[in-house]
Design a binder for this molecule. Structure first.
Ligand code: ZN
Length: 264
């Protein structure tokens, strides 16, 4: 039985109080039954460190890309290609639009989103998409740039069911994070009930958004267990069923084998 944290920021974990190194967080995750992780890049200058942190572990993969909040960090197609030549890179991300924090950079965000979809198509890699308070523009770009040719996942999705329906119809997956455990997370529970289990993944988005009962602490991959447990409850299925199906979804989306990459 496998359990994947499909979205974590390993290089940003709390190395001051919670862990001495990624090794600690990795061991906590493995001890909790979290067997695989996808280490998500937010800007290319951090990629080398991420790659070094992940290098010893076959069960930790990488993405490469520029987050909409980091569009001030200039990047070139050549740099992104170079990062993606690392065989651990299985997606372009995280990319997208965020009008909540950075509404004044809409045009640049859209330009970078479009450029990175083009790269995903060129490199035949799926996309890890961050969309916050920008459903219309996100959907228009995804459609006009034919992002569904490579597919991908809308992570920490908190948009409407109408938006979720559109991206599901276009073949994308949706992941839920620890907010599903929050008292205030009814919109995420509603989303999780709506999305079919064969299109769902679970994630921590660590070090952010630690699930109940770890709220207030820095999040880490081990805590994705709480999100998977809550998802099982919300869907009314066995916990094992959630592990089995989210694992199959991860393999399908990212074209990897969890069994082959699991350390013996
Ligand atoms: Zn993230």
């Amino acid at each position: 039985m496998f359990l994947v944290d499909s979205h974590c920021h390993i290089s940003d974990l709390n190395f001051r109080e919670q862990h001495e190194s990624f090794e600690d967080a990795y061991r906590n995750a493995m001890a909790a039954g979290v067997t695989h992780m996808l280490n998500i890049c937010c800007e290319l200058p951090q990629f080398a460190k991420m790659a070094a942190d992940s290098a010893p572990y076959d069960n930790v993969w990488l993405t490469a890309g520029t987050h909409p909040e980091n569009i001030s960090a200039e990047w070139t197609e050549e740099q992104l290609r170079e990062c993606c030549s690392n065989p651990k890179v299985i997606a372009i991300g995280e990319v997208g639009l965020d009008y909540y924090y950075d509404a004044d950079t809409k045009v640049t965000q859209q330009r970078d989103f479009i450029r990175q979809i083009a790269m995903a198509r060129e490199l035949r890699l799926p996309l890890v998409i961050h969309a916050r308070q920008a459903p219309l523009d996100t959907w228009n770009i995804v459609r006009s740039e034919r992002a569904s040719d490579v597919g991908g996942i809308f992570h920490s999705c908190a948009e409407s069911l109408d938006f979720a329906g559109k991206v599901l119809d276009a073949g994308f997956y949706i992941s839920v994070n620890g907010i599903i455990t929050f008292k205030s997370g009814e919109n995420i529970r509603e989303l999780a009930r709506y999305v079919p289990l064969d299109r769902l993944l679970v994630e921590t988005d660590s070090p952010y958004l630690a699930p109940v009962p770890y709220r207030g602490r820095s999040n880490e991959p081990a805590f994705v267990v709480k999100t998977a447990e809550k998802l099982a409850e919300v869907k009314g299925v066995e916990y094992e069923r959630v592990l089995e199906q989210t694992s199959a979804n991860f393999e399908q989306l990212f074209s990897v084998s969890l069994a082959e990459s699991f350390p013996r």
